[in-house]
Design a binder for this molecule. Structure first.
Ligand code: GTP
Ligand code: SPV
Ligand code: MN
Length: 606
């Protein structure tokens, strides 16, 4: 039986305490000393980011039961981890923005007064690492040398988190070099605590550039470079410094004629960013090449020519596993063949006693028996999922066969189009284009999507998720929307803005659009529109392709099917407008006037 226990903190183990590397500056030394004093770890290990260190940590994790080593012939460098069953998704209700005034956090965030938050969390962190090892994990978000790149240092008592940060960020000595003598780094303190949801807090102090996360080992709650730094803290900094941190993939599209376009797309959690970012065009589009710059987060700024540019601050992927197969996402299948950590999928015992992984929607036959994500014996007859619906892979981006050549470029890539999208079984059409930037911001701000397993809570209810950033805006949404509107003024030529919905269903409850690689057909229209080439008709929602403008050749989708998901009945759309009120009411008197005008224009088009 696999021994991977959930979230065993490092209580014993061979990891020798390590000396403070010479290049660590005094600001860091002082802060780490304070945290040691607070948390009282038995040992402190300073991570250098080397391959040897990584291998040693993985081996140590196997001994301690944090990791199961998978069959190394089949899956070289791959390990398995199982989290506590109470800790399998982001906990939005336990996530706080901590500032002196509630107005800074605004109506969509949980807020805690910063002094009170520090006092509360200090109580939890007090001596929490007794008997444990503290890992000091220095990291850079963004390509080295980028003017936007940010340094963070995470202190954690989770070996799983330390190793995962090594995959997801540019981790190690490179960060000390980037930091130099500076005091400007995000202070990230993390402890598993006792992994108790009653004592779980993910607290952001944007004004102090600090993150304190206690009681969870799950990705978005615990890998603090990702959602906490690269979205919540970064969005706060971006507003102050005139750039944007967004929950967006960045993809390159090279046409057969050799024209390269870059597209940034914001879809809420578990709504298709990773899949879209690395799609393989269908046979009919085989002369197109799609490449990935990023699959989850984009940092964007306006360059000296007035053009919007983007970098991906991450260096790895933390992707949804279920449903990943050679048909839906062949590149993701390739990515997870080596140097990958699998979290909360199922294990299969092979004939020689070694372990393989399995999940719902994997290629090949369903195993007769497996060990499910909770460590329990599983057979298909049970009818329960073997892998958790939010089980994830953590893999370095260099594993990606279609990694864009500019993925590591500090100058980033120019953005031709921005795409918003949600998971909507009804009403919202497959694709449309906003009339202009101002309208596009409105379309993004009123984005709706059915909730998924990526966050704990109900699944499948439509909620407003502005720019797919509802859980990630690190400050007042009023100011966030104003920031979006104002960015237009800095741009000489702005990206065109679109909205897509791959998830519309028919009366039988089936997806009408095949999705995945076939989304290339919609992308083609988007690119042609962005370059001023394709036809569109003016509708209530925006510019839409007529049914002849989307190529259906070779697809099992009829023109009538396409029309059924490309039309919106004005009566249905009235209910959509009413449900947008949920957001407007939250903003109450603070709704930016551009939003009010756009809503009036929309209503007048009905
Ligand atoms: P996060 O990592 O949570 O931010 O998610 P994501 O936006 O990267 O979503 P991802 O690409 O991992 O897809 C999430 C789920 O949506 C998976 O189960 C996919 O199989 C499914 N999915 C992705 N693209 C499509 C599509 O075009 N059509 C349909 N029907 N499902 C899709
Ligand atoms: C998401 O939920 O949007 C994710 C996974 O990308 S997590 O890093 O956990 O936030
Ligand atoms: Mn995400």
């Amino acid at each position: 039986m696999a021994t991977a226990t959930h979230q065993t903190p490092t209580r014993k183990g061979p990891s020798a305490a390590s000396a403070i590397p010479a290049q660590v500056n005094d600001h860091v030394r002082r802060w780490v000393a304070e945290c040691i004093d607070l948390c009282k770890p038995d040992r402190v290990v300073w991570c250098d980011g080397s391959k040897a260190e990584r291998d040693a940590l993985l081996e140590q994790g196997v001994k301690e039961g944090t990791f199961v080593k998978l069959n190394q012939q089949k899956l070289p460098g791959c390990y398995y981890h199982r989290s506590n069953p109470n800790d399998v998704a982001r906990s939005e209700h336990l996530t706080f923005i901590c500032t002196p005034s509630q107005d800074t956090a605004g109506p969509t965030n949980n807020w805690m007064e910063s002094k009170q938050a520090h006092a509360k969390l200090r109580g939890l962190f007090h001596e929490c690492m007794k008997g444990r090892t503290m890992y000091v994990v220095p990291f850079v978000m963004g390509p080295i040398g980028s003017t936007l790149a940010k340094v963070g240092v995470q202190l954690t008592d989770s070996l799983y988190v330390a190793v995962s940060m090594g995959l997801m960020t540019r981790m190690g000595d490179v960060a000390w070099k980037q930091l130099g003598d500076d005091d400007e780094f995000t202070r990230c303190l993390h402890s598993l605590g006792d992994v108790n949801p009653e004592r779980r807090y993910i607290c952001h102090f944007p004004i102090e550039n600090t993150i304190w996360s206690f009681g969870s080992g799950y990705g978005g709650n615990a890998l603090l470079g990702k959602k906490c730094l690269a979205l919540r803290i970064a969005s706060f900094l971006g507003r102050r410094e005139d750039w944007m941190a967004e929950h967006m993939l960045i993809m390159g599209a090279l046409s057969p004629e050799g024209e390269k376009s870059y597209i940034a797309a914001a879809f809420p959690s578990s709504c298709g960013k990773t899949n879209f970012a690395m799609l393989i065009p269908p046979q009919r589009y085989k002369d197109w090449k799609i490449t990935t710059v990023g699959d989850d987060i984009a940092w964007m700024w306006v360059d000296e020519n007035g053009k919007l540019r983007a970098i991906n601050p991450e260096a790895g992927y933390f992707g949804v596993v279920p449903g990943t197969n050679t048909k839906s996402n062949p590149n993701a299948v390739a990515i997870v063949q080596k140097d990958t950590i699998y979290t909360n999928v199922a294990l299969v015992v092979l004939d020689d006693g070694s372990y393989d992984v399995w999940w719902e929607g994997k290629d090949g036959p369903v195993p007769e028996k497996a060990i499910d994500w909770q460590g329990k014996p599983w057979t298909p007859k049970l009818g329960t999922p073997a892998a958790h619906p939010n089980s994830r892979f953590t893999a370095p981006m260099i594993n990606n066969p279609v990694l864009d050549p500019a993925a590591d470029d500090p100058n980033g890539v120019p953005v031709t189009a921005i795409v918003f999208g949600g998971r909507r079984s009804r009403i919202i059409p497959l694709v449309y284009q906003a009339f202009n930037w101002m309208h596009g911001v409105y379309v993004g701000a009123t984005l709706g999507s059915e909730t998924t397993a990526a966050a704990s809570g109900n699944v499948g209810v439509v909620r407003r998720d502005p720019m797919a950033m509802l859980p990630f805006i690190g400050y007042n949404i009023r100011d966030y929307l104003v920031h979006w509107f104002r960015m237009r003024k800095k741009m000489a030529d702005c990206p065109r803005i679109f909205h897509v919905n791959w998830f519309r269903k028919n009366d039988q409850g089936k997806f009408v659009w095949p999705g995945y690689g076939e989304n290339m057909r919609v992308l083609k229209w988007i690119i042609d529109r962005a370059h001023g080439r394709a036809y569109a008709k003016e509708t209530l929602l925006g510019w839409m392709p007529s049914s002849n403008d989307i190529d259906l050749e070779g697809l099992d989708v009829s023109r009538a099917d396409l029309e059924s998901i490309q039309t919106t009945n004005p009566e249905d759309f009235k209910s959509e407008i009413l449900s947008q009120e949920e957001l407007f009411l939250k903003l109450a008197g603070d709704l930016p006037k551009e939003m009010v005008f756009q809503r009036e224009l929309l209503i007048s088009r009905l």
